[in-house]
Design a protein around this ligand. Structure first.
Ligand code: ZN
Length: 266
């Protein structure tokens, strides 16, 4: 998993394929690719130029992008549907529980990251809102942070957790500098104008090297047909039988990376 943000404004109407990232409604559309940001669903911090700063190693966004005190305040007031608010806050709990630390001799756990409703003194917070596609700001930064969910296509726990992990400061797994050792990017199948979504970053200037192995099972990995022009794979794992693009739950490596980034080692 990688740390950062963006989105691409593209209509994928009619873009039908079978992969694990499609919407809960079963319409075959990957709403993560519609969010209008870099790599479809990531909104980068102000002043963060991925073209200039590309070239690093790791998963987490480079720079002071961790949320202070590991607390992520959010404003969910724009989500008017109570069931959807419940789903979002449940996804937050699932994710925060997954990365929390067991306490010996106790059934409770020590939090690693905490999502909580914003209070009046919070200067920086995540505004959760409806919009086109699914997208999120990558990492902590000054200014408005957003998490956008399309009403019809993004309300699935794994998809919301994916966007929340962007908020924590992570990029897509296949943007790792070493990804060509593990996957083949099939440039001939990429939709014209979308090639930049398959850029790699650079350890130490764009992304941190957290020494984690390449993770086909990351909830932050693209599916095989993301940004496909013809329905054929744009990304093919080099490891036989490897499955990419799951949006069910964070992987063990995802958990370790979040815990490292937020210094939740004990
Ligand atoms: Zn994403």
């Amino acid at each position: 998993m990688f740390a950062h943000t963006f989105t691409i404004s593209t209509l994928f109407i009619g873009f039908i394929f079978s992969n694990p990232i499609v919407s809960p409604g079963g319409d075959g559309i990957n709403y993560e690719l519609l969010g209008g940001g870099i790599e479809g669903d990531m909104i980068l911090p102000d002043g963060f130029d991925p073209k200039r700063e590309f070239d690093g190693k790791g998963v987490a966004i480079f720079g002071p992008r961790r949320w202070p005190n590991n607390i992520i305040p959010y404003d969910i007031s724009a989500i008017t549907n109570a069931g959807q608010r419940t789903m979002i806050e449940s996804a937050m709990k699932i994710l925060s529980d997954a990365v929390s630390t067991p306490i010996a001799g106790s059934t409770s756990r020590k939090p690693c990251v905490t999502f909580r409703p914003k209070i009046s003194t919070d200067q920086v917070f995540v505004k959760i809102q409806y919009g086109t596609g699914c997208s999120a700001s990558v990492g902590y930064s000054s200014g408005a942070r957003t998490l956008t969910l399309q009403n019809s296509g993004c309300f699935r726990s794994g998809t919301i957790q994916h966007e929340l992990i962007h908020v924590l400061g992570f990029y897509h797994e296949q943007s790792r500098p070493d990804r060509d050792l593990y996957v083949t990017v099939n440039h001939n199948n990429i939709e014209i104008g979308k090639e930049h979504n398959f850029n790699k970053y650079t350890w130490g200037s764009t992304v941190l090297d957290q020494k984690s192995p390449y993770d086909f099972g990351s909830i932050m990995h693209y599916s095989s047909t993301s940004f496909s022009a013809n329905g054929l794979p744009t990304i093919t794992p080099k490891q036989a039988g490897a499955i990419i693009g799951q949006r069910d739950q964070v992987s063990a490596i995802d958990i370790n990376e979040i815990r490292q980034f937020y210094s939740c080692t004990i």
